[in-house]
Structure formats: C-alpha cells, structure tokens
Design a protein around this ligand. Sequence first.
Ligand code: ADP
Ligand code: MG
Length: 255
Amino acid sequence: MFHSAGRARREHDTTTIPNISALAVLQGVSKTFGSGDTAVHALARFDLTIAAGELLVVLGPSGSGKTTLLNVVGGIEAPTTGSISVDGRALTGLDAKGMAALRRESLSFVYQFFNLVPTLTAYENIAVLAELTGGAVRFRVERVLAEVGLAECANRFPAELSGGQQQRVAIARALVNRPRLMLCDEPTGALDLDTGRTVLTLLQRLCHRDDRAVVLVTHNQAIAAIADRVLRMRSGDIVDDVQHSTPLAASEVSW
Ligand code: ADP
Ligand code: MG
C-alpha cells in the first residue's frame, strides 16, 4: 500500500536522507509573529536534529517558544526562515495536500487538555482518525486502546473518564497512525502526580519500544529526569542541550 511503499522507498533512498536515524532536522529555523515594533521572535535561528528512539524533553518558562517549536515541526505553522524535514521529507515546499499526508503518516500531537470530542466515545474519537489512514479500523482502534490499558473503556464518553484516562485515550488516538514522531505539549499539565506518572511511563515506553521519537514540552523541571535528552529554551533560543545516559524510569518521577 501507499504508506508502506512510501516508507520502504524512503529507507533506501540514501541520497535524500543523510542520516537515517534523524527523524526531524531543523536548520536555521526562526519564527516571528507580526512585524515592526510589535514583532515577537518566538524562535530565533534554531538548529536541531531529533533522533529515532529519543525522548526529548523541552523545558522552558511560559513564552519561551516551546509550543511554537512543536507547531513548526508538526507543520501547523510555517517557519519564517530555515528548513525542516520530518521522516525524510522536506516540510518547506510541501503543498497543503502533501503536508496533510505527512501529518497523517508520520506525526501526531498530544495536548494538555486532551482535545477529545465530547460527543464521541473513546472508540469513536480514535476511529475518526483511523478512518483517515486506511482500513482495519476496528482492529487498529482496539489495539491502541489495549496498548494504553483502556480496552474496557471503549464505549465511554470523555466525561465518563478521569483526566488520566482521557489523556490515555488521546495518546491512543495519537498512536493509531503509527507515527514516527509524537509531539506532546504539556501532556501532564492538567494531571495530578499519580496519573501524570502513568502517562509519562506510557510515553517513555512508546518511544523506546517502537523506535519513534517523542518530543515532550513542559515547564515542569522534574520531568527532565526521564528524558534521553533535555533541551532548555529561553526567549526562542536553545540555552542548554544535554544527553542522559541513564534516564530515570518515568514510574519513579516525582514532583
Ligand atoms: P511557550 O509554549 O513556551 O509558552 P509559545 O511558543 O506559545 O511559548 O510563545 C512564544 C512567544 O510567541 C510568546 O511571546 C507568544 O506570545 C508568541 N506567540 C505565540 N503564538 C503567537 C501567535 N499566533 N501570534 C502572536 N504571537 C504569538
Ligand atoms: Mg506552550
């Protein structure tokens, strides 16, 4: 099928992919909102390579550009300057259709407030996306619900689930297209410690087991301990970039 054929082709096309383990490459990326006196430089010339299998935690105070970074990597915002490639494909230059295909096939988002449709069950919230990416909808939705430990909750509405369960449904939804890159914006920001830990444990496992990359944006310093790599941002700049050789198991994290 198109999806697997496309991936196989990309894997063998070494002329366009200098580093096969690089899932996302940003070169000279900046993002400015507005112009003149009111211009806001949300990202200042960013160079960043995100590797497969990497849990990258991006830390920074409010307004430091974390969400903007996710949005440009995820193709939701176009950068003002620079180039971005994801999963071997250049974002810059893709038309709307190409961008939609890339987002469907390679990327997914997880948000602080889950963004589930309140009038759809857990199953239906996921099925809506599964239908966009091909067949075997029931099989795929049931598999991802089981993956996040919520097989029993398929027919519940978001209001009948706890916050932690809603976030796990959102993560299941984000997994249904088998993304190479998951972009998570404050995924535990609305959760207490116990449920936050459950969600982080899930994200850490998904990252390492399936060799995808997970970018986890947070202003919670404690979460940095579970990262393979920690990026600290301030005013749109990377001020620190540190690798952890032995990250903390997310089940042990505390704040
Ligand atoms: P963070 O996620 O770290 O809190 P953001 O990426 O949301 O930071 O914002 C970085 C800066 O860009 C902030 O000064 C914010 O006000 C500004 N900004 C973000 N999005 C927009 C927008 N759509 N229009 C204008 N300014 C924006
Ligand atoms: Mg933000």
